[in-house]
Structures are given as structure tokens and as C-alpha cells.
Design a protein around this ligand. Structure first.
Ligand SMILES: Cc1cc2nc3c(=O)[nH]c(=O)nc-3n(C[C@H](O)[C@H](O)[C@H](O)COP(=O)(O)O)c2cc1C
Length: 480
């Protein structure tokens, strides 16, 4: 199997992978695997001209791809029957399961039962010509996101602690570079035995994660104590926590204010001046900031979008109403002005619907709207620590954005080309350039960081990551 060195990919691909994986809460490596799987499943020709020893991933009932995969090693203990329920619990959580049964495990549950529940081939032998033609034990060890051992017998833990590899289960455990979750199950005397204590301590030092055992009645008549395997649901939850750790919240405790969408400037009660902004970029930023733990207020002009969950949304029509709501939402730690605010409004707005007259067209006088970005950037008392403006330009993008930067007094400008050919206005993708002052620059020298074309959600995630780094010093990856 070819291996891929992420470092050697070009920058645009690396950024795309980094953003896509962050969005899906996967590692970059996992994301590459999902992309390859999607590609392969979309092929019209058969996957291979010959039979492969591994079953193709089971199609999900929903049509969605499984998001994670587990190699489940079932050891030879009485609790093995609970592992059949564990297969079901993992699959409910959209975790693909491949089972390995030890020789002793097959005295308690059959490979057929595990196969029927997992919808996958079950593996039992190290020396299996069918799976070993391409080092199947190595693939079972690594071609998964997590290894779960349930029940983890005293014997399996002893082998693991001492690096034995004389059967398929122990060879997989020795060959893996994945996290391992053990659910021990044994008689209380076996659990408290000095040899087991030593093995458990060694395994914990090696970074293996344990769940249980619980205290309670044992299968043996009249025996009670610590040694019962955790319930299937507890093990499945522990596996899910390892596979999908909670999203980092680097902006927890921070207040973020965002504007989005166009403004409508009334001509009369039924007509208005507007622009083509859809609000998608601002809404995506609000959702990403909320996901990063911020308390978010979104002041939105008229848009056709659902309010992002967990965000306080103030709906407005005109630039003046937008400024009013922005001021009401202060103080904030960060303000991001993504709205396409109309520069002008009609000074002589009609109180009634304007009528066609013989005298010709009604004269519309325009007057300048308040400049929300400049107003907030120049505040002295309630100025947010980080003020970010958007520059939507149709020509001389960087030059115009630099000029805007100098005029407005904000900290960063996100410049995007909104000329019709780009499809940015109203579209789902964006190509942006982040302008900021060069560190230590004397004369306001501006740094321009150009990002590759991405979806507006990806732009939002990357922007929020940059904000988190700037405001808290924490990156999305390192925060917890
Ligand atoms: C009826 C019965 C129940 C057993 N239950 C357990 C158990 O719960 N935990 C355990 O560590 N060993 C238990 N054993 C002993 C293991 O089956 C034995 O150590 C075996 O070698 C384990 O093999 P494995 O670790 O490769 O699965 C049990 C044995 C029998 C006969």
C-alpha cells in the first residue's frame, strides 16, 4: 500500500486538506482516507480485477460514508457476549467495525455472529493465506482509527504488556500505531493479582486507555467484586470520545460581533436600493466563531438564510439600523464587518409610493450612509480589541483594499474580488486575501496573505483560527 507524506504536498492542497479536516473534526490523514474512499466509490469500473481479501466498506443505510473505523478484538472471556452488543452500539455511532476473535473467544461467541452484526468478514488466524497475502495483521492494526479490546482478558493484557505476538490479536496490538482502548473483564482475584496489577500499570505507562472494569456480581455463582466488563454503551461512548474529541473552544468567554448581508435603503415604502450580497460569508463566520466557543452577535441585513444556531441575530434593513444594532452589541472582543453596507441612501425618501408623472422621473438625491467600520475602528472607549473589515472590490483588489485599510483604522482587512466572473456574490466559494500590519513595521507596511479558493465555510474556519491565535494566543488545534 502506498504511503503519502502530507508534508510533500503543495501548499494549496495542504491548506485545503487542513481546513476540510478541521471542519470535519478529523485528522488530515483520516480526511485523505475519506477522500480516497469517496473517489473509489464514485468509480464506474470495478475496484479491482481480482478478489480482495478485505470486504469493501459496508454501504450505510443513509448513503453516508462511515466516519471512523474500529478494529474490535474480542478476547476469550465470559463477557464476550456483550461485545456483540458493542458492535451494534459502535455502528449506531457510524463507526465501522472489523472484528478479530481470539481462539478462546470463539468458545464464547461465533465468528458468524460477529460477522452478521458487523457486516464484515471476521478475522481469527494469524496464518490466514487469504488475508496474509498483503500482511493482513498489519492492515488490521493500522487501517483503522482505533483498536478496542473487549473483553480484554488477563492473558491478552499480559501479552500486550510484554510485547508478545504469537496470535492475530497480540500481533495486531504489537503492530499498531493507533490508540488502543481496553475493556478488561475477569474474575476479581485475577484483576487484583500482582501480575495483572503490574501489567495494567505498564500498559497505562505505554499510553493504552482503559475503561472499567466495574464492580458488581460476577458470572461465577456467589462471586462479586471488581472485574465486570463495562457495559457496551459505556465502551462505545469511550471509543467515540477517543475518535471524535470535543471541538476545541479557543474563543470561549470572548464576545464576537459580526455584520452580514446587504442593506436595503428605501426609495419609498415599496422600493429600495440594494446590492447582491447573500450574507453567506458573514453567516459562515458567525457559525465558525460560535463553534469556537464565542458568544456571537450577528447583525444581518435582509438575507435568505436561516439564523445560525446558538448565535444572537439582529435583523435590520438599512445601514443606519445596522450601525445602531452594532453599537448596542458593544462591548465585544472582536468585530468583523462582513456586510455589504450601502454607501449611499436616498435623502428624499418618498413617504408614499412614487408615481409616474408627466413631469418625468422623480429626482433621487443620494446622501452618504454612516461608515460602520470606520466608526467602530475609531472608538476610544468601547473599541473591540480586533476590528476586521471586508473589502469587496471589482478591480485593483489589493490596491483598493490597502487604501481602505489606511482610511478606516481597522486591524485587518479581508479582501475579496466580487466581480461577476468570480461568482463570489451569492456563491458558495470565495478567494480572499488577509491584509494586516506587518509586525514591527514603522510606516504602516501591510502584509498580504493570499488564501486559495475555498468554500465560504472553510474561509470562515480559517479566519476564526487566525482570530483565535491573535486574540488568545491559542490555535484551534491546540486549544481545549
Ligand atoms: C468459562 C471461562 C470463562 C473465562 N472468563 C475469563 C474472563 O472473564 N477473563 C479472563 O481474563 N479470562 C477468562 N477465562 C480464561 C481465558 O479464556 C484464558 O485465559 C484464555 O487463554 C484467554 O485467551 P485470549 O486472551 O487469547 O482470549 C475464562 C475461561 C473459561 C473456561
Amino acid at each position: 500500500m502506498a504511503s503519502l507524506t502530507i508534508r510533500k504536498l503543495d501548499d494549496a492542497v495542504k491548506t485545503y486538506l487542513r481546513l476540510r479536516s478541521a471542519k470535519n473534526h478529523r485528522s488530515v490523514e483520516e480526511e485523505v482516507r475519506v477522500i480516497l474512499r469517496e473517489l473509489i466509490e464514485g468509480r464506474e469500473e470495478p475496484l479491482t480485477p481480482f478478489a480482495v481479501p478485505y470486504a469493501a466498506p459496508t454501504p450505510q443505510r443513509t448513503g453516508a460514508l462511515p466516519e471512523a473505523s474500529v478494529t474490535l478484538i474480542i478476547g476469550g472471556g465470559i463477557a464476550a457476549y456483550k461485545s456483540l452488543d458493542l458492535i451494534r452500539r459502535l455502528k449506531e455511532r457510524r463507526i465501522e467495525v472489523r472484528c478479530v476473535l481470539t481462539k478462546a473467544a470463539q468458545q464464547f461467541v461465533t465468528p458468524l455472529a460477529a460477522s452478521a452484526l458487523s457486516h464484515e468478514r471476521v478475522y481469527t488466524d494469524l496464518f490466514d493465506p487469504q488475508s496474509e497475502f498483503d500482511a493482513g495483521h498489519i492492515r488490521l492494526a493500522r487501517d483503522c482509527d482505533l483498536i478496542v479490546v473487549a473483553p480484554a482478558t488477563a492473558d491478552l493484557m499480559a501479552k500486550m504488556a510484554n510485547g508478545h505476538a504469537d496470535d492475530l490479536a497480540s500481533a495486531i496490538l504489537l503492530a499498531t500505531n493507533r490508540k488502543v482502548l481496553l475493556a478488561p473483564a475477569m474474575n476479581p482475584l485475577m484483576w487484583s493479582n500482582a501480575a495483572t496489577r503490574r501489567n495494567v500499570a505498564q500498559l497505562q505507562r505505554d499510553g493504552v486507555v482503559l475503561i472499567g472494569p466495574n464492580a458488581g456480581e460476577m458470572a461465577e455463582a456467589g462471586e462479586a467484586g471488581t472485574g465486570r466488563m463495562s457495559e457496551a454503551i459505556e465502551i462505545a461512548n469511550a471509543a467515540e470520545r477517543l475518535l471524535r474529541p470535543p471541538t476545541p473552544k479557543p474563543l470561549a468567554g470572548k464576545r464576537v460581533l459580526i455584520t452580514a448581508g446587504p442593506t436595503h435603503e428605501a426609495i419609498d415604502p415599496v422600493r429600495y436600493i440594494a446590492n447582491r450580497s447573500s450574507g453567506k460569508q458573514g453567516f459562515a463566520i458567525a457559525a465558525a466563531a460560535q463553534a469556537a466557543g464565542a458568544e456571537v452577535t450577528l447583525v444581518s441585513g435582509p438575507v435568505d438564510l436561516d439564523d445560525p444556531p446558538g448565535v444572537t441575530v439582529k435583523h435590520v434593513e438599512s445601514a443606519r439600523q445596522m450601525l445602531e444594532q452594532v453599537e448596542a452589541a458593544l462591548p465585544a472582543d472582536v468585530a468583523i464587518f462582513a456586510a455589504a453596507v450601502a454607501d449611499w441612501r436616498v435623502a428624499n425618501e418618498g413617504e408614499q409610493k412614487l408615481k409616474k408623472t408627466a413631469a418625468g422621473m422623480p429626482p433621487l438625491q443620494l446622501v452618504e450612509n454612516p461608515d460602520i467600520l470606520a466608526t467602530i475602528s475609531k472608538l476610544t472607549d468601547k473599541r473591540p480589541r480586533l476590528v476586521i473589515g471586508f473589502a469587496a472590490e471589482t478591480e485593483h483588489l489589493i490596491d483598493n483594499a490597502k487604501a481602505k485599510f489606511a482610511r478606516k483604522g481597522c486591524d485587518w482587512i479581508v479582501a475579496n474580488d466580487v466581480s461577476p466572473a468570480t461568482g463570489v456574490m451569492g456563491g458558495d466559494r470565495n478567494t480572499v486575501h488577509l491584509l494586516s500590519r506587518k509586525t514591527g513595521a514603522q510606516d504602516g507596511e501591510i502584509a498580504v496573505d493570499s488564501w486559495p479558493a475555498m468554500t465560504k465555510e472553510q474561509v470562515a474556519i480559517e479566519l476564526v483560527a487566525q482570530i483565535a491565535k491573535s486574540v488568545t494566543g491559542k490555535s484551534l488545534e491546540s486549544a481545549s
